[in-house]
Design a protein around this ligand. Structure first.
Ligand code: BDR
Ligand code: CA
Length: 311
């Protein structure tokens, strides 16, 4: 199994991404969950991450709190999508499992130093603040990263928080810029992919039919979270953005994309946080990311439903 750290701001779709990882021990060894401010403030994301572990019956997962604000600007949150708690929908109990004392950034640094180089993958599902802070504090860890597989950005789909920016990149463009310039191998799941991973009524019914606390909670999370995308985009259901990251670790063949150059807009008010993705390779700039463009959505939902059934 691949050793990973999930860096996250749960978020209903983050929750499903975490559940998929926890359901897949033959493919994924989760070393820890590091939380960041994003969809909701840090106190809630670090609480929600523990709620999700307990829902999965995995209270021994180590959960760390990290940065409570972006590097250079005020925090922008997304309660309009995820609700006041960040995990609105199901009625889940407060967690009994503890938050670890260590700061998430130090956990990331120590883990990359303690494991053989090239054996730990970082999976950011929120703003890139924790990852960029770790890279700035300990540049020696950057070449030790096996791969960064992240959800963020967009090309054809352009933006979901501003006309040109995707939420995770928009919240902390400075952090995203550091990560995309770091030289670590990066695989990106942009809105172009995640807006194709839609929970249609049939797919949601399949979650509910599992009849387990996990299946029912995932269906209830989706019921809540879909209203934003249905109203905004007229889409057929909620896009499962973040689970594309953990699904990729299990079934990379479900995704396709291009190795291209991606730069982050950090200066313009108008297009702040835009991922300037050179899809047609017109810039002459060196490629720095595998930028995905397509997903086998049926294969993805089959995998997800089968794995969630195990929890
Ligand atoms: C991303 O933003 C968050 O609201 C979701 O959890 C996802 O990580 C989608 O733009
Ligand atoms: Ca997220």
């Amino acid at each position: 199994p691949r050793k990973i750290i999930i860096d996250t701001d749960p978020g209903q779709d983050d929750a499903v991404a975490i559940l998929l990882a926890l359901a897949s021990p033959e493919d994924i060894e989760l070393l820890g969950l590091t939380c960041v401010a994003g969809n909701v403030p840090l106190a809630l994301t670090s609480k929600n991450a523990r709620i999700v572990c307990e829902l999965a019956g995995k209270p021994h997962v180590r959960v760390f709190a990290g940065c409570d604000r972006p590097l250079g600007r005020d925090l922008v949150t997304a309660e309009h999508v995820h609700g006041k708690t960040g995990l609105d929908g199901p009625d889940l109990p407060d967690p009994a499992m503890p938050l670890q004392d260590q700061h998430a950034v130090d956990f990331i640094i120590d883990t990359l130093r303690d494991h053989p180089s090239g054996t730990v993958t970082l999976c950011p599902l929120g703003p890139l603040t924790n990852i960029a802070t770790a890279f700035e504090k300990a540049p020696d860890i950057v070449p030790r990263v096996q791969e960064i597989v992240l959800m963020g950005g967009a090309y054809f789909e352009v933006g979901n928080i501003t006309p040109t920016a995707e939420f995770n990149i928009y919240v902390d463009p400075q952090a995203a810029d550091i990560v995309f310039k770091s030289g670590a191998p990066i695989t990106v799941m942009p809105l172009d992919v995640t807006h194709k991973a839609l929970v249609t009524p049939e797919r949601n019914a399949a979650f509910r039919r599992l009849g387990t606390p996990v299946g029912i909670a995932v269906a209830q999370m989706t019921d809540f979270f879909e209203r934003f995308d249905k109203e905004k985009y007229g889409s057929a259901g909620a896009p499962l953005h973040d689970p594309c990251v953990t699904a990729y670790l299990i079934r990379p063949d479900l995704f396709s994309g291009r190795v291209i150059n991606v730069e982050i807009e950090t200066g313009s008010d108008l297009t702040l946080g835009m991922t300037v993705a050179d899809w047609w390779r017109v810039s002459g700039r060196d490629p720095n990311a595998l930028f995905m463009g397509n997903i086998d959505a049926d294969g993805f939902f089959t995998l997800l439903t089968e794995r969630l059934a195990r929890l």
